[in-house]
Design a protein around this ligand. Structure first.
Ligand code: FES
Ligand SMILES: [Fe+2]
Length: 366
């Protein structure tokens, strides 16, 4: 049985938008910076590379205390730094005095960033606290602040084209996948960086509603069954069942299941395994860097299993868990996004529901 329950608010927003295409995605054209042009990566409009939501910018270890780290997210230059209390902070990278890049020679002093050019200091809220050659700080200018959080060792930044703050939180990877995923024992996470790739989060997102590619790209013997698919505000949850037992009796199926939780357009949580095989938990994140590229991150937790201490066993399991993704990436990097694909009857509902849900992650039309 397939179940599709789009969140009302997301669906309403999609349906209200004027001039919708077949998928309900409306590309807003309200401001000059969002002029509708189609030469972004995968043949997409530029604004589709500037969605709203949380996006991975690295892992906790990438941000040691006292260091200023530069990142580019959705075309914005951002600096991220960890203060002595362990908290992460984000500020726009260009100094509000004369535009020096604080990630090149800026220093951290008492939780403030000191610009390398004329020495102005900025606190974690973006307020100017000191000008070395003036009597008082300049309270009239302010640097843009960016929200940065950590979940399960993953560092995420909130992006909103119009500068609005976060409207939803990022769930814990293990708790949110449900079942007994949170009670199992795991090895420390594996972290795989793919760097900047010529793809959009939107082509990666389609993967969630795409059981048919498992036979061709991933060499599975049969197309898995979509056991359930459900949209809920910023989450889209899908369960795929592998093997005949899912078709005969989904309630008592013994075959492996793949649970996918898409969290906004930026990343997904996946748990793969079954009653007989150890679980594999993966976070795949796609962060638009600019209109041409996205940075891709994969975080992998393997459930501890007997025999893992044998030489080469862990590496073999990690290879097994991760060697498939490059096949998807090759497709995504060379794909042209089709707004109205020639879907089969079995595909149309899943893809349409997913894309309509995803349209809610763009600034609403005014
Ligand atoms: S540009 Fe930063 S202090 Fe002048
Ligand atoms: Fe895939």
């Amino acid at each position: 049985m397939q179940r599709f329950v789009p969140a009302r608010s997301q669906m309403d927003a999609a349906l209200r938008s004027s001039g919708p295409n077949a998928l309900g995605i409306r590309f807003h054209t309200r401001s000059s910076r969002a002029a509708r042009t189609f030469d972004a990566v995968n043949g997409l409009p530029h604004e589709m590379m500037r969605p709203t939501g949380w996006f991975q910018i690295g892992w906790s270890g990438d941000f040691p205390t006292g260091e200023i780290v530069s990142r580019r997210v959705c075309g914005e230059e951002v600096i991220v730094f960890r203060t002595e209390d362990g908290e992460l902070h984000g500020l726009e990278a260009y100094c509000a005095h004369m535009g020096a890049h604080l990630g090149f020679g800026g220093t951290l002093e008492n939780s403030c960033v000191r610009c390398p050019f004329h020495g102005w200091a900025w606190d974690t809220d973006g307020q100017n606290t000191n000008i070395p050659y003036a009597d008082r700080p300049n309270r009239a200018v302010r640097m843009r602040r960016w929200d940065v959080i950590e979940r399960n060792g993953i560092v995420l930044l909130w992006h909103d084209l119009d500068g609005a703050g976060p409207t939803w939180d990022v769930p814990d990877v293990f708790e949110s996948l449900g079942g007994d995923v949170a009670t199992r024992e795991y090895h420390p996470d594996g972290q795989i960086r793919f760097g900047r790739r010529t793809l959009s989060p939107f082509v990666v997102l389609d993967n969630v509603a795409d059981p048919a590619h498992f036979t061709t790209v991933h060499h599975q013997p049969a197309v898995p069954l979509v056991v359930s698919a459900e949209a809920d505000e910023h989450l889209f949850r899908v369960r795929l069942g592998f093997g005949e037992s899912w078709k005969r009796d989904p309630e008592n199926a013994t075959g492996d299941a793949l649970d996918i939780l898409q969290v906004g357009v930026g990343f997904s949580y996946t748990a793969l395994g079954g009653k007989r095989s150890p679980l594999i938990v993966i976070v795949l994140a796609t962060t638009p860097a600019d209109d041409e590229t996205s940075e891709l991150f994969q975080t992998v937790w393997l459930e501890r299993a007997p025999g893992d201490e044998e030489p080469g066993r862990f590496d073999e399991r990690m290879h097994h868990a991760t060697h498939q993704l490059p096949y998807d990436i090759e497709i995504w990097e060379n794909q042209r996004y089709v707004e109205r694909p020639a879907w089969t009857a079995s595909e149309v509902r899943g893809f349409t529901t997913l894309r309509r849900w995803a349209s809610g992650f763009y600034p609403a039309a005014s």
